[in-house]
Design a protein around this ligand. Structure first.
Ligand code: AQP
Length: 332
């Protein structure tokens, strides 16, 4: 079975609809076709200021949401990144293989650092993509299911894998990004030119999966569309409507063409009302299941402990090979 690995940050508690449709939904599908490793990336979360207690709590909330979304610890490995120290250890080795200019060209870093200002931007945020490369390469992953915003980071991962292999001999598998084009970029409900995002969306533009479904339904109903009335997929001229059609199709399994036909001659109001209902039907049991996992932290922690053990077995093997290849003296 080919192997996949991916991760999600535990920040802000709730995942948003972009995280789910762009990434987590694929993870659920791939647990039956792949040897799958999925983690809550708390080391990555630390690249911006976190309240320690909130981070600890949010890591459990993130893990509970992954399970509630359908990840089954019997069919895949779910763990917390900081439980596997090899991530940070390989991250260091790869930092020493990455050019400063190369890291400076990462657009997500550029965007975020401009927004925050250099004084508030950490070196951790700068090396985030290198740690992400370590995450992926440790598991000899064949594919990495992510949203479109991670494409450039995946390209860096491939470059670093090839560079290491070229310098020290074949060590890492060179992974491919797995990006589903239809849901690669779920956009902000209020500004469809932007991606739906924890750090830049306004509260009205983002659908947080753990919010009261009523609150999210209201946001969907007041999503920005356009002055036309035709329900048609056209990313360029009708980005708001196209985003709603994408979400609707992804949540129901209908095709966008089906939906265009179903809503022919109907107004945006009908589409939004129906989508609000579809979303509510999906989100209500999702929230309930998340709460159930959170109500039983012992079971949750034991799932995560088993996941970390399985992950570590693979990660330790890769790291040992890397340490030997780069010339570290083995500890006796
Ligand atoms: N809008 C999106 N559409 C499709 N996929 C998305 N992802 C994020 N936003 C969208 C994908 O979700 C996965 C987890 O992402 P993350 O842990 O990196 O979460 P994040 O980056 O903190 O989420 P945000 O909202 O994008 O945060 P900020 O604003 O901080 O950058 C990834 O696979 C990602 O591609």
């Amino acid at each position: 079975r080919p192997r996949v690995l991916s991760g999600i940050q535990p920040t802000s508690g709730s995942f948003h609809l972009g995280n789910y449709l762009g990434a987590v939904r694929q993870w659920v599908a791939q647990q039956d076709t792949h040897d799958a490793f999925y983690m809550v990336v708390d080391l990555h979360a630390l690249t911006v200021v976190q309240d320690p207690e909130a981070l600890r709590a949010d890591s459990r909330v993130a893990a509970a949401q992954l399970l509630a979304a359908g990840l089954d610890p019997e069919r895949c490995t779910v763990f917390i990144q900081s439980h596997v120290p090899e991530h940070a250890q390989l991250g260091w080795v790869l930092n020493c293989l990455t050019g400063f200019g190369e890291a400076s060209r990462m657009t997500q870093f550029k965007d975020k650092s401009v927004k925050q200002g250099t004084d508030r931007t950490t070196v951790g945020l700068f090396t985030y993509p290198v740690l992400m490369a370590a995450d992926i390469l440790l598991y000899q992953s064949d594919a990495v299911p992510v949203g479109g915003d991670q494409r450039q980071h995946l390209e860096l991962t491939r470059v670093l894998a090839e560079r290491f292999n070229g310098r020290y001999g074949e060590t890492f598998k060179v992974p491919d990004a797995f990006i589903v084009p239809e849901t690669a970029r779920i956009t902000d409900l209020q500004d469809p030119a932007l991606k739906m995002s924890k750090s830049s969306s306004t509260p009205k533009g983002i659908v947080n999966l753990l919010d009261e479904p009523k609150v999210s339904a209201k946001k969907i109903k007041s999503a920005v569309t356009d002055t036309d009335t035709v329900i048609r997929y056209d990313e360029e001229n009708k980005p708001g409507v196209s985003n709603l059609l994408t979400i609707y199709a992804a949540l129901t399994g209908a095709t966008v063409a089906d939906l265009e036909q179903r809503y022919e001659g109907k107004g945006y109001g009908a589409l939004k009302t129906d989508l609000a209902e579809v979303y509510t039907e999906w989100a209500t049991p999702f929230r309930d299941r998340t709460r159930e996992y959170l109500d039983d932290p012992e079971t949750l922690d034991s799932i995560l402990a088993k996941g970390a053990e399985k992950a570590r077995a693979v990660a330790a093997e890769t790291l040992a090979r890397v340490y030997e290849r780069v010339g570290f003296l083995p500890a006796k």
